[in-house]
Design a protein around this ligand. Structure first.
Ligand code: CP3
Length: 342
């Protein structure tokens, strides 16, 4: 049967017009109904309770009829599920017990992964029944490199110094961590697909910190292995890669990893990127979240410019990074209307 969901069609390489739209962090603190749920349970509990995760995933779908519903979860569920301690603190973001030695690494237990992440798959199974029939359900994970940054640093950072130090000073240990993450990310994503995710996205928020040789070894190669593994089990499932701040390396990333869709950050210059990246690869992005926050005529003009620049090519409208929590919800409504009103 021919595919009818607009987002899935675009993910499979079709130039759908107007382009399907969804936003990174579309379920988030900018929505009053999200903040109301927030008072009921902490972040990890919200991720791991299927009723809540389903409700939070659906909130932006009800309001804006987005073409894609991204599961409410987090990239740090993977290390947490293998036993690394994790909490989220207001104003500080995630806090983990840092992994910096052989001994720390040995404390992780990959055998717990599938059992510990069972509620995530339960949420996906419920979503397949609750979503409107034209909405595409997206699963996701962090890339091994980006997840390793938080695991080694123990939280967010500007430069992830400890991670980059460990990578260069103890490559054997760093490689062992990368192997563990690569294998288990692939396994977890296959589990999400089996539970109903129709496409999956790999978030590589920090790969852009690396010089080209390290980018090839720690971003492109692990991503290629994950894509290969998913393809072996689920050849039809589209995969989106988001090498944020990857600069000119994104072209090599797109062609060497085997992903279907390249998600572009805010700094990507669309006309240039569209020429660099082969036509069979769908592009996703790349409105500046700040433009969405500010709204007004500029939002409308920018949204149309991005949409129209890629007319005739497979494109999924999105931001270049997540919705900011200060964004007025009505700006999101304006954006979605602008994209669909051709
Ligand atoms: O996009 C979506 O709506 C789906 C859910 C989603 C979340 N995080 C929910 C979340 C996704 C896809 C992510 C990905 C994620 N998580 C990334 C990669 C994308 C990016 O932003 O670069 C990263 C690096 C993380 C790690 C993480 N989680 C950080 C650094 C933080 C703190 C930042 C903050 O805004 O407080 C989180 C927490 C988090 N993940 C929130 C949400 C909605 C906010 C927590 C809250 O509601 O209290």
């Amino acid at each position: 049967m021919a595919e009818t969901k607009p987002l899935l069609r675009a993910l499979r390489g079709e130039a759908v017009w107007p382009p399907p739209v969804w936003l990174m962090r579309q379920a988030g603190r900018y929505l009053p109904e999200f903040r109301a749920q927030r008072e009921k349970a902490d972040f990890l509990t919200r991720c791991m309770t299927p009723d809540i995760a389903v409700e939070l995933t659906l909130q932006p779908i009800r309001r804006y009829h987005m073409d894609g519903a991204i599961l409410f979860s987090d990239i740090l569920i993977l290390p947490w599920a293998m036993g690394q301690s994790l909490r989220f603190e207001e104003g500080r973001g995630p806090i983990l017990s840092p992994i910096r030695s052989e001994h720390d690494l040995q404390m992780l237990d990959e055998d717990r992964l599938m059992e510990a992440t069972a509620p995530v798959r339960e949420a996906l199974r419920r979503l397949t029944k609750e979503l409107p029939k034209e909405t595409t359900l997206l699963g996701f994970a962090g890339s091994p490199f980006t997840v390793s940054c938080y695991m080694i640093e123990g939280g967010g950072s500007r430069d992830f110094m400890h991670t980059r130090q460990l990578m260069q000073k103890n490559p054997a240990l760093y490689d062992a961590l990368m192997d563990l993450l690569t294998r288990n990310t692939a396994k977890m994503l296959c589990g999400q697909i089996e539970a109903g995710a129709e496409a999956v996205m790999l978030f590589d928020s920090w790969g852009g910190l690396l010089p080209p040789e390290e980018f090839r070894r720690y971003v492109i190669e692990p991503t290629r292995i994950i894509v290969e593994h998913i393809r072996k089990h689920h050849p039809e499932t589209p995969i989106i890669g988001f090498p944020r701040l990857g600069g000119v390396m994104v072209e090599e990333y797109a062609t060497k990893t085997g992903i279907n869709t390249l998600a572009l950050d805010t700094v990507a210059d669309l006309p240039k990127i569209a020429k660099m990246v082969p036509e069979h690869i769908t592009l996703q992005g790349n409105l500046d979240p700040m433009t969405l926050l500010n709204g007004g005529e500029r939002l409308v003009q920018e949204a149309k410019r991005i949409r129209d620049t890629l007319k005739g090519r497979a494109h999924i409208f999105n931001l270049g990074h997540g919705v900011m929590k200060q964004t007025p919800p009505e700006h999101v409504a304006t954006l979605v209307e602008t994209i669909r009103n051709v």
